[in-house]
Design a protein around this ligand. Structure first.
Ligand code: SF4
Length: 367
């Protein structure tokens, strides 16, 4: 396959097929990928603005029946470390979030078999009553699949109930790699790739803002990474016109510390900074219908995060006041608001504080 022909196709925003994507990913010089990724970034987001935001990740519970082999966060119900976050703890954490200039909670956690739809809708209502301006970016497709099964309801019904109770946007959590060969090995109890995509289809029909993710670098092949991107692009192409769909895409490498995948099966993270830049560029190239590509500075660190902005990314995500899932498996990069903005400037760009819908926020935070 001629690389020049694939470059032309990519630069003309044409959809690449899996073979073309794999060719670029495995054979194209990094410099060419950076050039194309950066050119396409300018097509989708002209200028030098780079997005960042303030939010707080609060874990609803660490009790989870799923026991994914890449997870070092979940606990069994009988564990001394098991918890379900209390209202008082939410209040303390939200007060702190507000005092730091943020207004969004990223609510994630385990799939706790004791918690049903009434728990989540009750919690969302209570939090919104206490903090009417609070934004909830919460749960993800695996929780929706789990709740639909538990309550004998459709995905649409579950999403509508959560939205009515206060859900503002749905994270693309639990996508990992959208290949059932991979999922059967790393997260067999979780939503299948088809189910994950079905939930997102319903969310897009309901015009719930969503994000898409990829957690890579464990047992998947290069082709499975590319196919993952193509599945997301194809789903995005079906979203109703004018609806949010996937607002952004965020890839991050598998963090292996303390995981069953590493300890029992000897599978370590295959992460390298150069490979992450290839992933960012390929994401920008293949996802020709998703406007924002976010580099996961929390997992890849400052230097690779900065370089990602020259490979097609236009966002560095959140300063994430609290994060316990990937940090439990080794991700230890933390930045405050000033540091985040100076990183963006050092990389040659202009920081633009934004909300979850990627709308600019004009307030200057006091940190
Ligand atoms: S990754 Fe999520 S679903 Fe999987 S075991 Fe951990 S908490 Fe549970």
């Amino acid at each position: 396959m001629d690389l020049e022909q694939i470059y032309d196709k990519a630069l003309n925003l044409l959809p690449l097929n899996a073979e073309e994507g794999v060719e670029l990913y495995t054979r194209a010089p990094l410099g060419s990928l950076l050039f194309i990724g950066n050119t396409l970034r300018q097509h989708h987001n002209r200028g030098k603005a780079v997005g960042w935001m303030i939010d707080r990740n609060v874990n609803l519970t660490n009790i989870c029946f799923s026991q994914c082999t890449f997870c070092n966060f979940c606990r069994k119900k009988t564990s001394e470390e098991a918890y379900v976050t209390s209202t008082d703890e939410y209040k303390r954490k939200i007060d702190e979030l507000y005092s730091l200039g943020g207004d969004q909670l990223l609510l994630q956690g385990g799939m706790n078999p004791d918690l049903g739809i009434d728990y989540y809708t009750g919690l969302f209502r209570e939090l919104k009553k206490l903090y009417p301006t609070l934004k909830l970016h919460a749960l993800g497709p695996p929780e929706v699949v789990y709740l639909a099964r538990k309550e004998h309801l459709t995905y649409r019904q579950i999403l509508s109930m959560l939205t009515e109770a206060g859900l503002d946007s749905l994270p693309g959590a639990g996508a990992e790699i959208l290949s059932d060969r991979v999922r059967k090995k790393v997260s067999p109890a979780k939503a299948s790739s088809e189910e994950w995509l079905e939930v997102m289809t319903e969310a897009h029909k309901l015009n719930l803002p969503t994000s898409a993710t990829m957690m890579y670098g464990h047992i998947e092949t290069p082709r499975e990474r590319i196919e993952h991107l193509i599945k997301l692009r194809d789903l995005q192409s079906l979203k109703p016109s004018g609806h949010y769909g996937f607002i952004t895409f965020i890839p991050w490498p598998f963090q292996d510390e303390g995981t069953v995948l590493r300890n029992k099966y000897g599978i370590s993270s295959s992460y390298s900074g150069a490979d992450y830049l290839r992933i960012i560029a390929l994401s920008r190239i293949i996802l020709n219908n998703i406007r924002n590509i976010q580099a996961s500075i929390l997992t890849v660190g400052k230097e690779t995060g900065m370089l990602s902005l020259h490979a097609g990314a236009n966002d560095l995500g959140s300063i994430m006041i609290e994060e316990n899932v990937v940090s439990a498996a080794g991700a230890r990069n933390r930045f405050n608001a000033d540091e985040m903005q100076s990183i963006i400037r050092e990389a040659g760009f202009i920081p633009r504080r934004r909300n979850q819908k990627y709308e600019t926020i004009k307030v200057t935070p006091v940190l």
